[in-house]
Write a protein that binds this ligand. Structure first.
Ligand SMILES: C[S@@+](CC[C@H](N)C(=O)[O-])C[C@H]1O[C@@H](n2cnc3c(N)ncnc32)[C@H](O)[C@@H]1O
Length: 341
């Protein structure tokens, strides 16, 4: 049921890419690959082994039939969008809207039995793919919102508007679901620092490094970049999501210890973020090179729980945290927000 087609060319045997010295893109070296490969679970192995904390290498549609029922608390779906894209040794070609919608409906039919009645589902897509997502998701879930993420990088077009956004559809299985709004507050600079009659800040905090307010999260996300070469989370996956984006989904819609599942795992972002935030996780990926990257990132996450742009239990506006940290560093320390007041 995969819409990906194998590309008839050799993907092995290439040495590591030459990169600039400050480029932090993660790679799996030949020597590491063997050990990471041994950690992967195959679809055949699913009958006998626990899936928690594992990356499954294979076609998610084959795995769905074998996976335990009603175990998932949060499902993150970031499938190939309905556009032309190459994923390692496979390629996806745009299909008519009706065909992609049919494929999504089949995906939902297959994955739904794995969800708890209280589960949340997020589905990613670009504007074109969104046409299919809404129709297909409405048949199986309660569609509650569409988050629009401003994805700055994009190719300029001569006869169209540059495509600089993606959607993340927020759906639930029933009316009983988790939504931890306080866990996903956004710390913004205060533009208009109103004071009350006593001269005290109204709903904002005055600090030595500026004035900030923790605001309710909206469905328009402008604070997230795609991973790029100087970020330690970056890999060569062509459509990797940033940890900050997935962290918002995980924190809002799951609780510590619950199971987060991503059947189109790619380079492993969902599992890595779930691990960093104390959730259980499982992911499936068709391409071995990406599954191995996921394994490497999961191991690195054991020693590094940081998520860029998320600190002191709030998400920071783009560029704000750098300012705070660099000023704090001058004073010799990274100070928590309440100490900066
Ligand atoms: C949009 S990418 C996901 C990127 C991911 N969120 C990340 O941060 O790296 C979709 C991924 O799904 C994988 N894929 C496509 N069809 C699949 C299938 N039937 N089963 C499992 N994985 C599949 C592709 O190889 C690709 O890596």
């Amino acid at each position: 049921m995969s819409l990906l087609k194998p590309i008839d060319e050799d993907h092995g045997g290439k040495g590591p890419k030459k990169r600039a010295p400050r480029n932090r893109t993660l790679e799996v070296r030949g020597t590491e690959a063997k050990a990471f490969r041994e950690g992967l679970l195959s679809v055949e192995g699913l009958k006998s082994e626990s899936i928690v904390g594992r990356t499954i290498l294979g076609d998610c549609f084959q795995a769905f039939d074998v996976l335990p029922r009603a175990i998932v608390d949060l499902l993150v779906l970031d499938p190939p969008y309905n556009l032309n894209k190459k994923f390692g040794g496979s390629t996806f070609s745009r299909v008519p809207v009706a065909e992609y919608t049919k494929w999504l409906k089949q995906l939902f039919v297959n994955v739904k039995p794995l969800l708890k009645p209280t589960a949340t589902v997020y589905i990613c897509g670009d504007w074109f793919t969104s046409a299919s997502i809404f129709e297909a998701a409405s048949e199986h879930f309660t569609v509650r919102n569409r988050i629009t993420w401003e994805r700055e990088k994009g190719r300029g077009a001569l006869t169209n508007w540059k495509n600089s956004s993606e959607d993340i559809w927020f759906c639930t299985v029933s009316d009983r679901f988790a939504f931890n709004v306080d866990a996903v507050k956004m710390r913004r600079r205060v533009i208009a620092p109103y004071r009350d009659a006593d001269g005290q800040p109204k709903d904002w905090n005055e600090t030595g490094n500026g004035n900030f307010r923790d605001t309710h999260p909206s469905n328009l996300w402008t604070d997230i970049t795609i991973p790029f070469w100087s970020m330690p989370e970056n890999t060569d996956h062509p459509t990797q999501k940033s940890e900050k984006l997935i962290a918002k989904l995980v924190l809002a819609s799951s609780n510590p210890g619950e199971l987060v599942f991503d059947p189109f795992l790619g380079s492993g972002t969902t599992s890595v973020v779930a691990k960093k935030l104390g959730r259980q996780y499982c992911g499936i990926e068709l391409e071995e090179a990406y599954a191995l990257l996921a394994e490497k990132r999961l191991i690195l996450a054991e020693g590094d729980r940081q998520i860029q742009g998320y600190s002191e239990r709030v998400f920071w506006e783009r560029n704000t945290l750098n300012v705070i940290n660099s000023r704090a560093k001058c004073e010799g320390d990274l100070l928590p927000f309440d100490k900066l007041r």
